[in-house]
Ligand binder design. Structure first.
Ligand code: SAM
Length: 297
């Protein structure tokens, strides 16, 4: 039987937007009304007591802190972009990870944030403005149509790919239905059809990301718990990834939950649990072999 910890008993996470406020000041401000702890794994991520409501907190309203969960905050951190790099966020709206990238890069270098959906582009722009991320260039278009050989992308060193997914790791109402199998095993035909289409897009987008000539690091993430959108997508691109010189690296080796054991190397992959960790996320990290980035600290 599942012993689900009610949401009200789970800690709240906020990510300090270090473009606007330093971590110690954020702790000081938030600490006036709440107990505040630093997360041991993600720099700038703070833990507050269960049930803390920060929706109307001035630091949230002015973009100094973002209400972003731990799993979601792991994604940009796993990419480890350096200040001064050029980075592409392939599927970027509403932009939570885009502005996290900007903070990790200390506002230096360039982020190209691509988004297909016109309405969501507006949300993306709003997030970027709120965060005060000055080094982000918004691109309204289809990531699959960006030409990797275009000189505009010749300096892109890292790509964050967080494509559309089923959301099965975060959609609470679907969890009971999907949890026992951790796969699409119990889904009906419509669900399966949808998942197959999503997985086909995810694979295409990942192959596209890996084909950019100067890219050394690619993070692929979903908020899905379905093997077909996660391990299966990664497994299916491995031969092509290897031909470009990529191999899987291990994001956050200290994190206990890894990929489902469905192929050799799946222990590199990272999963978060929809119940224990509040959100079911999946993260894979590809790193170009010829470079010294394989040892993830
Ligand atoms: N990374 C975002 C964040 O952390 O705020 C969430 C991204 S959401 C999971 C996926 C986004 O990809 C959606 O906004 C969707 O409109 C966009 N998208 C879907 N297909 C796309 C494509 N072919 N090119 C660019 N964006 C696409």
């Amino acid at each position: 039987a599942l012993h689900q910890i009610p949401d009200v008993l789970k800690p709240r996470y906020v990510r300090v937007n270090t473009l606007k406020l330093d971590v110690e000041s954020a702790i000081h401000e938030l600490g006036k009304q709440n107990e505040v702890y630093k997360d041991g794994m993600i720099s700038g991520l703070l833990i507050l007591p269960p049930g803390t409501d920060l929706h109307d907190h001035p630091l949230v309203l002015n973009g100094s802190v973002f209400m972003q969960g731990k799993a979601s905050s792991m994604v940009a951190a796993a990419l480890r972009p350096e200040p001064g790099w050029e980075v592409l966020d392939a599927c970027s709206a509403p932009g939570n990870k885009t502005v996290h990238l900007a903070a990790l890069m200390k506002g230096k270098g360039k982020i190209i944030a691509c988004e297909l959906n016109e309405k969501r582009v507006e949300r993306l722009k709003g997030t970027i403005k709120l965060a005060g991320a000055a080094n982000v260039e918004v691109l309204h278009g289809d990531f699959l149509n960006l030409n990797p050989k275009d000189p505009s992308y010749s300096k892109v060193r890292a790509i964050l790919l967080d494509p559309s997914c089923s959301g099965s790791g975060t959609a609470a109402e679907r969890l009971d239905h999907l949890l026992p199998s951790y796969s699409a095993g119990h889904a009906d035909t419509t669900d399966l059809d949808r998942l197959t289409k999503l997985a086909a897009f995810q694979k295409k987008a990942l192959l596209h990301a890996l084909s950019f000539p100067a890219v050394e690091r690619v993070v692929y993430s979903t908020c899905s718990i379905n093997q077909i959108e996660n391990e299966d997508v990664i497994n299916s691109v491995l031969p092509v990834a290897a031909s470009y010189g990529f191999q899987l690296a291990t994001p956050f080796p200290q994190w206990p939950r890894r990929g489902l054991c469905v192929f050799e190397g799946s222990e590199h992959l990272l999963r978060t649990d929809p119940v224990e960790d509040k959100e079911g996320f999946f993260i894979a990290l590809f790193v170009k072999k010829t470079l010294n980035y394989l040892e993830e600290p």
